[in-house]
Design a protein around this ligand. Structure first.
Ligand SMILES: [Zn+2]
Length: 480
């Protein structure tokens, strides 16, 4: 190459980089474990779609495994009989509604495991997976507790195929495709699966993908990299398969179960990054996640915004103190059952962060704070108010689990976490300091007349109120 040509190539590359940096994230939206949110009906889900549109979203990953009334396999939804979509199927109508907002809906499930699927072993215990120690699969799950299946058994392959075929072709043929979420906690180690687990799982993935693409060549099918990367699969100490990648598949990367693989990124631009920042963390982590996606030039960032509302029957995440309760999404205990949780102030903060950072990945944190203040407080916005808001949001989510709010929001959660041995002296001291500022925030906005400042004061007062009486003693007795 002569110098001029080289210069030209360099300029084109630079232009591409500058152009890519200025572009919004292309695939935007949220991931919902619809099956674990039984209390929300069509009205609330339409509101959620409206919210996704407001946040600039164009995609929703809707986990419907275990939450549709399968005619072929009624055992898959018996555990979820109080789910609104089991009582009266509305997902097809919801998908049509999403399409009026130009939002694509992909149906989520896990092959051979997780919600719905793991119930099949109650009728067919001979299809249970085998653990690494050679024993049969143990009862496990989230909300839907059951047993992983063994993909080396032909009957398990047939079940998986027939269940998803029914879900897509009979129930929701208007969906835009699938999210095939490979399990992050249970695979099979039987003699046939050992060293070949992901090849077995892939048999099902290949078959259902081909059937869907035959009927709907434009369908989006999102899969894990575990069939193609040959890398060690996080959590299992097993190697992924190295099968041929079909460029029609979209690849899914997560920080905990499917690490970003630069080699696979060379094969395809059809990729999505997922993480839990919008659900468990704060705008700081949301900004970092957007930048991670951008730095690898992954065009999609679809994090989770699932807010569980099921009745707890098992020690979910080891949190025995929740057994017997119906969860409130994000730990917003003031909500009525079935109420849409996505307009509550702490989650609105994360939604605005998601919107702003995906629209402009280069946005500085300082500029984000200005935009957040305007979006929430309008003409009442000022720096101190925004700092109070961010402090309250961070406190509510600090150390929150998938099932409960931060231990600082109430003695009930705090005690439960103490029993689990999940708190350190540093955390307790931090909670004590934070509660002081939270009671100041409660006082500062108790007479506020604008809606958002009043809500800020109300949530702060709710937290402070939870600690009245013996609460303070509980907090300080560990710090003497
Ligand atoms: Zn097996």
């Amino acid at each position: 190459m002569n110098t001029l040509k080289r210069l030209f190539v360099v300029l084109v590359l630079l232009a591409e980089i500058v152009w890519a940096a200025a572009e919004p994230i292309a695939t935007r939206g949220y991931y919902f474990t619809f099956c674990r949110m039984p209390t929300l009906g069509l009205t609330e889900w339409k509101q959620i779609i409206d919210g996704i549109e407001a946040d600039g979203g164009n995609t929703i990953l809707l986990w419907v495994g275990g939450a549709f009334r399968s005619k072929k396999f009624p055992i898959t939804w018996q555990y979820n009989r109080d789910h609104k979509n089991i009582q009266a199927d509305f997902v097809r109508e919801l998908i049509d509604y999403a399409h009026t907002k130009r939002i694509k809906v992909l149906l989520g499930f896990t092959p051979f495991s997780y919600d719905g699927v793991n119930q099949y072993a109650f009728e067919h215990p001979e299809l249970k997976a085998v653990q690494k120690n050679g024993r049969l699969a143990k009862l496990s799950g989230i909300h839907c507790w059951g047993y992983a299946l063994n993909p080396s058994r032909r009957e398990a392959q047939e079940f998986m195929h027939d269940y998803v075929h029914e879900m897509f072709f009979d129930f929701y043929p208007n969906a835009d495709g699938l999210l095939i979420e490979s399990s992050d906690y249970a695979i099979c180690f039987c003699a046939q699966c050992q060293g070949h687990y992901y090849e077995r799982e892939f048999q099902f993935v290949r078959r259902i993908s081909d059937e869907i693409w035959k009927a709907r060549p434009d369908a989006t099918i999102v899969v894990y990299p575990h069939y193609f990367s040959g890398q060690s699969v996080p959590g299992f100490d097993v190697k992924a398969a190295r099968l041929e990648y079909d460029p029609r598949w979209t690849l899914f990367f997560t920080p905990h179960s499917a690490h970003i693989d630069p080699e696979l990124l060379k094969l395809t631009k059809k990729t999505i990054y997922w993480d839990p920042s919008t659900d468990l963390n704060t705008p700081v982590e949301i900004q970092a996640a957007v930048r991670t996606a951008r730095s690898f030039r992954i065009p999609g960032y679809v994090p989770t915004l699932e807010g569980f509302s099921f009745e707890v029957k098992q020690p979910e995440g080891g949190e025995r103190f929740l057994i017997g309760k119906r969860l409130k999404p994000f730990g917003f205990d003031w909500l009525a059952d079935g109420q849409n949780p996505y307009n509550e102030l702490p989650i609105r903060v994360n939604r605005i962060a998601y919107r702003e950072f995906t629209q402009n990945p280069e946005l500085t944190y300082e500029e984000f704070k200005t935009r957040l203040g305007s979006a929430i407080f309008g003409s009442m916005a000022d720096t101190a108010r925004t700092e109070d808001l961010l402090f309250l949001q961070q406190s509510f989510f600090a150390g929150r689990s998938w099932f409960s709010a931060s231990p600082l929001v109430s003695p009930a959660v705090f005690n439960g976490k103490l029993e689990m041995g999940a708190l350190s002296l540093e955390q307790i001291a931090d909670y004590k300091d934070r509660l002081q500022r939270i009671s100041q925030i409660a006082a500062r906005y108790s007479g506020a007349t604008d809606r958002s400042s009043a809500e800020l004061g109300r949530i702060a007062a709710w937290i402070s109120g939870n600690w009245n009486g013996d609460g303070q003693k509980l907090l300080t007795q560990h710090l003497r």
